[in-house]
Design a protein around this ligand. Structure first.
Ligand SMILES: N#Cc1c(-c2ccc3ccn(Cc4ccncc4)c3c2)n[nH]c1N
Length: 234
């Protein structure tokens, strides 16, 4: 899987060389390239923004640098197997299903905007050539797309075979299909008693059936309290 990031702050993506994703890069499972969008500017000030047509506050990212970056990175031939992910506050919510689908992609280009956003013609042009996903990390406002791209990257790449040491752990996570899309149950480790708090007895019983039942009940109760929207049968 090749991941490209178009951004005016490429240093944001230096962290992808650390930990699990770093190992995936070292193992050749993932190939990461961060690009400074100003590479595709031609004026002395390396300008990437301009005033919004129709007025309004702030600045909008000019289309030209993006178009020239697309030309260099992707060429002009349409290829629906290339996924262009555009983090945006107006995007559809990024969910585990999106991460799962994108984990099968061979190529993902993240377009990280700043200012008030990217000239919409960039999205229109990209949509004619590649598979475009306008996605939002959540219902809050960030200053740009980089942090969202990092979070989406981790959610996607950890699902790629060979990246996680123990793929079985994926099936027991919140939002996973094996968990019926419910929140994950509380987890514990040693010691059995810590500062007056004990590990639930059932988890120390060695009775796998009772443990599985307790975990299912915990998941449903936690989901009922915190995320009733995830419950389908109530
Ligand atoms: N994904 C995602 C996001 C963003 C986001 C993403 C890309 C850009 C580019 C520019 N901005 C700043 C901005 C633009 C317009 N309105 C408000 C702020 C961004 C925010 N904010 N919140 C999220 N969940």
């Amino acid at each position: 899987m090749r991941l490209d990031y178009l951004t005016i702050f490429p240093e944001f993506f230096d962290v992808l060389g650390i930990s699990l994703l770093g190992k995936a890069v070292d193992n050749g499972i993932v190939d990461i390239h961060a690009h400074d969008l100003r590479t595709w500017t031609h004026d002395r000030h390396r300008t990437v923004d301009d005033t919004p047509c129709g007025g309004g506050a702030g600045m909008v990212m000019k289309p030209d640098p993006w178009g020239e970056a697309f030309d260099d990175l992707l060429g002009a031939d349409p290829d629906p197997s290339v996924h262009v992910v555009i983090p945006t506050p107006s995007g559809t919510p990024f969910r585990q299903d999106d991460a799962a689908q994108l984990s099968h992609a061979d190529r993902i280009v993240f377009c990280c905007g700043r200012y008030e956003g990217i000239d919409h013609r960039v999205i229109d042009y990209a949509s004619e050539h590649w598979s475009v996903h306008e996605l939002s990390l959540g219902d809050y406002v960030l200053n740009g797309g980089e942090v969202a791209a990092l979070a989406m990257t981790e959610a996607i790449v950890r699902l790629v075979p060979g990246v996680l040491g123990n793929p079985e752990s994926l099936s027991e996570e919140s939002y996973s299909q094996d968990q019926e899309g419910l929140l994950e149950y509380p987890v514990y480790t040693r010691p059995a008693s810590w500062r007056g708090w004990d590990v639930p007895e059932v988890l120390m019983s060695g009775h796998h059936g009772h443990i599985a039942q307790w975990r299912r009940e915990q998941s449903r109760e936690l989901t009922r309290r915190r995320r009733p929207d995830l419950l389908t049968d109530e």
